[in-house]
Design a protein around this ligand. Sequence first.
Ligand code: ADP
Length: 368
Amino acid sequence: PRNIAVMTSGGDAPGMNANVRSIVRTAIIKGCRAFAIYEGYEGLVRGGPEYIREMGWDDVRGWLREGGTNIGTARCKEFRERAGRLSAAKNLIDAGIDALIVCGGDGSLTGADVFRHDWPSLVKELLDSGRITEEQYAKHEHLNICGTVGSIDNDMSSTDATIGAYSSLARICQAVDYIDATANSHARAFVIEVMGRHCGWLALMAGIATSADYILIPEKPASSQQWQEQMCQIVSKHRERGKRKTIVLVAEGAITNDLVPISTKDVADVLINKLGLDTRITTLGHVQRGGTAVAYDRMLATLQGVEAVEAVLECTPNTPSPMIGIEENKIVRRSLVDAVKLTQSVAEAISEKNFKKAMSLRDTEFSE
Ligand code: ADP
């Protein structure tokens, strides 16, 4: 491939800009032309010079530290349909692009995988309907696709960390530190909701890093009675020992073992009614996504950008699409299809109430 495009998709994450910068500049260093697809799959489906723009070295200057994604991101219904993917294929071919690197979460990478799978039949259809020439067909029979994982949730299998997770974790810890001071002053309890969708990583790691009294995550659900009793017992013990403040972190995906969502209000009600604590609820919300990328995310995004460009340059039509991960501090290439499947099987195990399986799948992910 000589014309490499990069796009960011799904939820934004700090470090996505660093990843785009790295991909653009690595492509240029390797003698390729670099393109950015603006607004995620939406831009791919719409196409044209407004959405598909060539990027020069200077276009990404200063992007290393910036939060969010400067090339935009969107959620796109049309790309889930074949008709949308057909337009996307036509737009890529018209722009002369032969490799696509997608930085996004598991949804976006599932989309990338579906796109690569459909590609041969999409280009055939475009040729048969006269929308592309024989010459274009010959040049674009294959599309090289590579995924890098941009997500604050750290919910992707086959990688120890996703781009953005450590920035978000740092922001959460900072916010909890602020709350600590006021909680301590008034001897109050705070119930804090933390992002992460169906993954408890942010809540769990933030809880360890701020010494929260109790943490509720989706991967280790208990019955309503069990978590309420356990939380009250632990919080009471801490109070008896003279601790003036109570911090409970609730992952946004926290559930009971009957799959009933646990809200911050449910938790606050228990602290008020059973322990009589002066309790407040704080939902951190989108501050968790904002701000500059921490050093780890800048490093991860940069190294993975280099690896992603190398991967698409080395891919043959028979190579499975790679996903760039990090395992035991080494940047690695993993099968995109397998990573997506394994990630989905954790969610499936939870929905089937098979928590042991979900935990073991997560463990494999951590220890592999
Ligand atoms: P994230 O990447 O953060 O998990 P989403 O799950 O919203 O975010 O996915 C982002 C976009 O990826 C969707 O809006 C859609 O355009 C595309 N996408 C997700 N799943 C599929 C799929 N199964 N087939 C095709 N496209 C998909």
